[in-house]
Design a protein around this ligand. Structure first.
Ligand code: GLC
Length: 711
């Protein structure tokens, strides 16, 4: 016994000596120290060349961007990869990562728990692929409905929605030792001429409308931020001292360290002092840093500036665990899994917005005999599931709307059925006399006959968009509007399911019985749609963007969008009147308002109490099925504040069984009651009486009240 104890003691002593020695040799690996202290300890050991190595990307490898490891000091490589809706793998590895719903689709869930689940799955897949920097989420506010990248942006048209949902998502990604990247800072609100256009926008509008989603990411400890291609007030974003150096660094980050990485080839100078820390994908400007005589403080480049940039990178690397949990994933790994397929399906279903449901047509009763016709190119022939560009992901599969219905009814897909057939495929039936037929809709006569023959017509329509291009109109195109109208004129039980990258026009909305919107639903979109159509999921999605009646309903002049002088200058003359804020300020009723979404059950609101610290309201499920209500709080500022009529300042998802009630508390902070004061360059709480509107959308107000903030 004595011998064993002595041996144990010797081993413990030896281990202690090793740790002590190690701490002397690599003090930055001391887990007891805070991340910034560890970063300083490591910086002290680095040569100037090693520091500069970290300030720009290097070889074109398997990842979107790469900074090689510095093995002498055990500094891990940085492997940065796209995109917001999943790991974009090299072509030869297509299908080895999950095609999640797009980030705007996640926004349509209005559900922080969904955002966390999404972030966890993303973090796991990026870690599994050996990528320790996730180039997402996209956070730009959808100022322009036509913007080609709105599908990648979490905020939709409201800064508070983005500010709130980004936090659980960033925390979840980074909990997997993968650094998230808030992009694209800032005012990259269009794709037309994105790398030259100047977004001319005033300070108050930037702080109140465009910065909050990034503030949310910063509050969640985001490790990196991507500066954008465009100019702001005539100065390129990645060298813009006002937006980058002052607004982001001083006013938003303060002493918190995160690094600013350029968008790819978005640099125009060695703008370290203005606030850029790292140049991607390689060092156009930053690789010459060593040639500068740094003592001469040329180009504003000094050793101190280099050290500061390296600290901005190393600190989040320590904070997110990149040193203590080095990744062992590889880009070749197949990181898909049934669990992540389920996450993709659940998010897509939770994001599904029920815009209309006349006579309670939905959900369809899957126990009764029925005949269903699935129409439309989106239905099976050519199904959009993702948007295009750097954020696109080639998924291992796509469940089309037709496939989703087949699976829901337990019907086998005919061997060899491609969806490209010229004639209807079906009816395909199960033992419960439930039959489904798919027809793309090429021939009107066939379409009419099938529409008349079935109990329910399900028209799957879709459009997409991508990076570098803005949409030219908000219509669906591809003859889909005409097909929808035709089917509806021959079947009074017509359901439309819309796949879209943002707002779309719905000219047939009064002709059909039910409308579902799935945004870009990802690889599981067909299952998600069927889950809602057959009532396995009670829809709780809410519009993160207004659906207008017509194109450019807000009346943007060319100088506002796409810009004048050959699209080189855009002026944000609308100020804070973006999206529903414009509709409220101008008394216009949209086709479907921001925050709108129906349920298969109903909810009652009562017992509103409101003051400057928050709002409480009782919610009851007065229907016959369980469901979730997204309780939304809109504030009207005192008129002296010069704010839009109403602004989202709180929301919560309340899941209730039939007959159940709950009290929802929505806290308010001084910041929620403030405007950005451009004299003091700070938030200023507004005295006076605030109008409170609680409801199921920005236009479905159930209870109203007010409270007063004293001078
Ligand atoms: C692209 C995109 C950015 C992406 C980066 C790397 O141009 O703007 O979102 O992360 O380059 O591909």
């Amino acid at each position: 016994m004595m011998l064993a104890t002595t041996k144990t003691l010797c081993l413990a002593l030896a281990a202690a000596v090793l740790v002590a020695a190690s701490a002397e040799v690599t003090p930055w690996m001391n887990l007891q120290d805070d991340p910034e202290s560890r970063a300083h300890a490591l910086l002290a050991q680095m040569t100037l060349a090693e520091k500069v190595t970290m300030l720009h990307g290097h070889t074109e490898g398997n990842y979107s961007g790469n900074v090689p490891a510095i093995t002498r000091l055990n500094i891990p490589a940085l492997n940065l990869n796209d995109g917001p809706q999943g790991f974009r793998a090299p072509e030869k590895l297509s299908g080895t990562s999950t095609g999640f719903p797009s980030i705007l689709t996640l926004g349509a869930t209005w559900d922080p728990d969904m955002a966390a689940a999404y972030g966890t799955a993303i973090g796991e897949e990026f870690a599994g692929k050996g990528a320790n920097v996730y180039l997402g989420p996209g956070l730009n506010v959808a100022r322009v409905p036509l913007c080609g990248r709105n599908f990648e942006y979490l905020s939709g048209e409201d800064p508070f929605l983005g500010y709130t949902l980004v936090q659980p998502m960033v925390k979840a990604v980074q909990a997997k030792n993968v650094i998230a990247n808030a992009k694209h800072w800032i005012n990259n609100n269009q794709e037309i001429n994105r790398d030259r256009v100047s977004a001319n926008v005033d300070e108050r509008t930037r702080f109140e409308m465009y910065y909050p989603p990034f503030e949310g990411a910063i509050k969640a400890g985001v490790g990196s931020i991507m500066c954008s291609y465009n100019r702001i007030n005539h100065v390129y974003s990645c060298e813009n001292n006002e937006t980058l150096g002052i607004d982001l660094r001083q006013r938003l980050l303060g002493s918190q360290r995160a690094w600013v990485v350029s968008d790819w080839l978005a640099t125009h100078s060695t703008s370290l002092v203005e606030g850029l820390d790292q140049e991607m994908p390689y060092g156009l400007f930053f690789d010459s840093l060593l040639e500068l005589d740094l003592d001469l403080d040329l180009h504003n480049v000094t050793v101190a500036a280099i050290d500061n940039a390296v600290l901005n990178i190393l600190t989040p690397m320590f904070a997110v665990g990149l040193f203590d949990h080095p990744l062992n994933g590889t880009v070749e790994a197949n990181v898909t899994s049934p669990a992540h397929n389920t996450v993709a399906r659940k998010v897509a279903a939770a994001a599904t917005v029920l815009l209309k449901n006349d006579a309670g047509l939905l959900p369809l009763n899957a126990t009764q005999p029925m005949t269903i016709g699935v129409f439309g190119i989106q239905g099976d022939a050519e199904t959009w599931a993702h948007g295009g560009g750097s954020g696109s992901v080639t998924p291992p599969y796509i469940i089309t709307p037709f496939q989703g219905v087949l699976d829901a009814l337990g019907i086998q897909r005919p061997a060899g059925h491609t969806g490209q057939e010229d004639a209807p495929v079906g009816p395909l039936c199960n033992a419960r006399q439930q039959c489904v037929t798919y027809y793309e809709g090429q021939n009107d006569t066939i379409t009419e006959a099938l529409a008349e023959a079935v109990d329910v017509a399900l028209v799957a329509v879709g459009t997409a968009s991508g990076e570098l291009l803005d949409r030219v109109h908000l219509g669906l195109g591809r003859g889909q509007d005409e097909l929808t109208t035709l089917v509806a004129s021959h079947n009074r039980n017509t359901v439309v399911h819309v796949t879209c990258p943002g707002a779309v026009l719905t000219p047939w909305r009064n002709d059909v019985s039910a409308i579902l919107v799935g945004f870009m639903g990802g690889q599981e979109l067909g299952h998600a749609m069927a889950d809602v159509v057959f009532g396995h999921v009670n829809p709780s999605g809410r519009l993160p963007v207004t659906f207008p009646n017509v194109d450019n309903e807000v009346g943007f002049a060319e100088r506002q969008y796409p810009g004048i002088e050959d699209h080189l200058q855009t002026y944000y003359d609308e100020g804070l009147e973006v999206g529903y804020r414009w509709y409220d300020a101008h008394g216009v009723t949209p086709a479907f308002p921001f925050g709108h979404g129906l349920s298969y059950t109903s909810f009652n609101y009562s017992g509103l109490t409101a003051n400057s610290t928050g709002v409480s309201v009782r919610i009851a499920n007065t229907g016959s099925v369980a469901g979730a209500e997204i309780v939304q709080l809109y504030l009207g500022f005192p008129s002296s504040a010069g704010e839009p009529p109403l602004q989202l300042k709180g929301f919560a998802k309340a899941m209730l069984a039939p007959g159940a009630t709950t009290t929802v508390h929505l806290p308010l902070t001084d910041r929620d009651l403030s405007i950005w004061d451009v004299q003091d360059h700070a938030w200023s709480k507004v005295p006076g009486t605030f109008q409170v509107q609680i409801g199921s959308s920005s236009r479905d107000v159930r209870l109203a009240g007010s409270f007063t903030v004293s001078q």
